[in-house]
Design a binder for this molecule. Structure first.
Ligand code: FRU
Length: 475
């Protein structure tokens, strides 16, 4: 630890301690703290980083800005868990304390091998002789490696690549390394923006996890957004998926969506050579979802966690800013293929936390449960209507599923969010996972998912679905 690290560590600890005291003293200051979802101890959280299971323990790092609930310089906060539900805060793992990451320990991933955890991330540096926000100059996006053998103490950071090591024709936006291994070769994808403002994924290859060679660029046939952030690549069932968080989609359907999108392409062919990308499928159709990352558990499941928040969106604000923090992660989801479709469901560990409240046909009301799961199955009448805390509606009629806030100006519940929907679908079942200030809705066994934050005054749920089975569990 150098002197800067020590000073930063002290400041972070003080900020966390004062938030803790604040929440102990005031019910209203802790009102919207989640029970199942990861949040920053204080300040701001964005992307999930370094997700992995290491020596049996789950690790979730996060983009952390503890000094301001509206963001600032990024470090990596760190949680661990044995079941992906009960998480223990482990403090800050990586501080911006080196010349190559001094303006932010940006996003990255974990790779596990031979009893070691290798963390790859982007070291962000603002350059004085360029304009930081200008796209051609102004920043370094250094690829950095740090290792741990116990998941608690992190070794010396090693700079692996810098701007000059990336291929030509790119702006200084290259970041978010994700690493995996196939046969005896290591691969890394990074997100990039070209000089022509086209989003791409760069593919690198290595034989030793340290020396990386650029091998290919992956982009869609026609330009699709100006920047692809947080890329991920993995196989599910029979499919190979390339996931990317895309900035700069405009017009048509994108005007009714969030500012930035997270989705995946199915990819056929060779990521090092000729390939073909499918159309882009959104991971989530709700208001709050960006920068997901996946990892494989020791028992072979592909888990996906995302930032339940959206950057640069002026339409809404979150009332938790007033109480010293902002944003959370989605609940960990298992990704699976069903009838040729990519689906998501809450991790099965949740089953052990559920207590049955009621199971009825047609109509159900439940009051006073901030954290619950509600399922509607055997939907046969082509319509249903669910009201959460009187103001968030999920309904289905004429083949259109909608999630919307009835009074969009009423800051107390929606904080400015409006409506999201999918059309021309047949909804057969619905699962709602509600926490103190978030709702995740899984339609048709998770073929479509809608996530949003909400800020209810009281917790109530009313579900109507003729002839369907409705079940409420508290968690
Ligand atoms: C995505 C992102 C990443 C970057 C990080 C910085 O939300 O912009 O591309 O590494 O956040 O916090």
């Amino acid at each position: 630890m150098n002197a800067l690290t020590r000073d930063l560590a002290k400041l972070v600890e003080t900020a966390e301690q004062s938030q803790k005291t604040r929440e102990e003293l005031s019910v209203s200051d802790r009102k919207f703290r989640e029970k199942l979802h990861l949040m920053p101890p204080v300040g701001w959280l964005n992307d999930p980083n370094g997700l992995c299971q290491f020596q049996g323990i789950y690790h979730a790092f996060f983009q952390y800005s503890p000094f301001d609930a509206e963001g600032g310089v990024k470090m990596w906060g760190h949680y661990t868990s044995t079941n992906m539900i009960d998480w223990e805060y482990q403090g800050t793992a990586l501080y911006p304390d080196q010349p190559f990451d001094c303006h932010g320990v940006y996003s990255g991933s974990a790779f596990i091998e031979d009893g070691k955890m290798y963390l790859y991330y982007t070291g962000n540096v603002k350059l004085e002789d360029g304009e930081y926000d200008y796209i051609r100059t102004g920043r370094e996006g250094n690829t950095v490696l740090v290792m741990t053998e116990d998941g608690k103490t992190f070794g010396r950071k090693k700079e692996l690549m810098r701007n000059s090591d990336y291929p030509d024709n790119l702006t200084c936006h290259v970041r978010d390394p994700k690493v995996w291994k196939e046969n005896d070769t290591y691969y890394m994808v990074q997100g990039a923006r070209t000089n022509e403002d086209v989003g791409q994924v760069l593919v690198f290859e290595s034989e030793d996890k340290i020396n990386w060679k650029f091998r290919n660029r992956i982009e869609s046939e026609n330009p699709f957004g100006y920047m692809w952030e947080c890329p991920d690549y993995f196989e599910i069932g029979t499919k190979k998926l390339l996931s990317a968080s895309v900035q700069g989609l405009e017009g048509g359907i994108w005007d009714d969506c969030n500012v930035y999108q997270s989705g995946y392409f199915e990819i056929e062919g060779d990521i090092l050579g000729e390939y073909k990308l499918s159309e882009y499928h959104l991971w989530d159709y709700g208001f709050d979802y960006y920068a997901p990352q996946s990892f494989e558990t020791e028992d072979g499941r592909r888990i996906h966690i995302s930032w339940m928040g959206m950057p640069d969106c002026e339409e809404y604000t979150n009332p938790t800013i007033q109480t010293g923090w902002q944003h959370c992660f989605t609940f960990p989801r298992e990704i699976f293929e069903k009838d040729g479709k990519i689906c998501q469901r809450p991790v099965r560990e949740l089953e052990e936390k559920k207590t049955l409240i009621s199971s009825v046909e047609g109509m159900l009301e439940g009051n006073g449960y901030p954290v619950y799961e509600l399922n509607i199955s055997d939907i046969s009448q082509n319509q249903f209507h669910v009201t959460l805390s009187e103001e968030l509606i999920l309904d289905y009629e004429g083949g259109k599923f909608r999630m919307y806030f009835t009074d969009q100006d009423k800051e107390t519940v929606s904080a400015g969010r409006s409506m999201r929907y999918v059309e021309t679908i047949e909804v057969k079942n619905l699962k709602i996972l509600a926490d103190t200030s978030s709702v995740e809705v899984f339609v048709n066994d998770g073929e479509y998912v809608f996530s949003t934050r909400y800020y209810p005054e009281e917790y109530k749920v009313k579900a109507e679905a003729k002839n369907a089975e409705i079940t409420l569990y508290k968690i």
